[in-house]
Design a protein around this ligand. Structure first.
Ligand SMILES: [Fe+2]
Length: 244
């Protein structure tokens, strides 16, 4: 186990993410898997969510609210977890305990190193100016259902490799923002530039039974492809855990 933890740490430092298509153990009960996952996540640090909710178990359904994007059909889009919060988890992980019934890529992940995304932007014609702009605390992150925004930079430092990003939170934040430190057209253009940069350097990874994704939540962006949300068969179930 300790060798695995060390290898994951090395991958997080190099790429910002770790992917294992067959982490899981099929012969455990769901309760045993939850316990094992908490024990595994605890090797990386303290849990971000409080004790009785330290693991989120996804439950895809057609009526899932937008506040639970992990249960909705729609692709989530490039993001970091808890991007609207001042304090975010350092590491996020997702473990597939029941795969999407319609094939391994359904509900698969996309992963991109923040360093690679930043390099794409830096190499654009106005890249240096753009990175300086991304380092300013002017971007409104928020959700329509909550009705408020917090302003943060997208790049924690203009010359660093840590990002805060979620296209939906920024597009909805643009609608809610009353301060308008950044004009809405520029904000929407920047969101698109970051998403297209991530498209260029990101990888798609299938999410079969037992697959594990671990991300450094500031040094990478991740995404989940559309998933099945109805039918008689069991649907895609992931255990999600967050570490500070
Ligand atoms: Fe996520």
């Amino acid at each position: 186990m300790n060798e695995m933890i060390q290898a994951i740490g090395e991958n997080l430092a190099r790429d910002g993410y770790h992917y294992d298509p067959c982490f899981g153990s099929n012969n455990l009960s769901l309760a045993q898997k939850r316990d094992m996952f908490v024990a595994f996540a605890s090797k990386f640090g303290d849990m971000y969510l409080s004790e009785n909710k330290s693991v989120i178990q996804t439950n895809p359904q057609p009526t899932a609210p937008s506040s639970m994007p992990f249960d909705r059909n729609a692709q989530i889009g490039w993001h970091n977890d808890f991007s609207t919060k001042n304090v975010r988890p350092r590491i996020s992980m997702s473990w597939i305990v029941n795969q999407d019934p319609h094939g391994p890529m359904k509900g698969g992940w996309r992963l991109a190193s923040a360093r690679d995304v930043i390099t794409v932007i830096r190499n654009m014609d106005d890249g240096v100016e753009l990175l300086a702009r991304l380092g300013q605390p002017i971007f409104p992150f928020g959700y329509l259902e909550r009705g408020a925004v917090n302003h943060f930079p997208i790049l924690e430092k203009a010359d660093g490799d840590q990002m805060r990003f979620y296209g939906r939170a920024l597009r909805e934040g643009a609608q809610l923002d009353t301060l308008r430190i950044i004009a809405k057209p520029e904000l929407l253009e920047i969101v698109q530039i970051v998403e297209e940069a991530a498209d260029m350097v990101g990888y798609i990874k299938p999410a079969p039974q037992g697959a594990l994704m671990v991300v450094d939540n500031t040094r990478s962006l991740h995404d989940r492809l559309p998933q099945t949300v109805e039918g008689k068969q069991p649907l895609r179930t992931a255990l999600l855990s967050f570490v500070v």
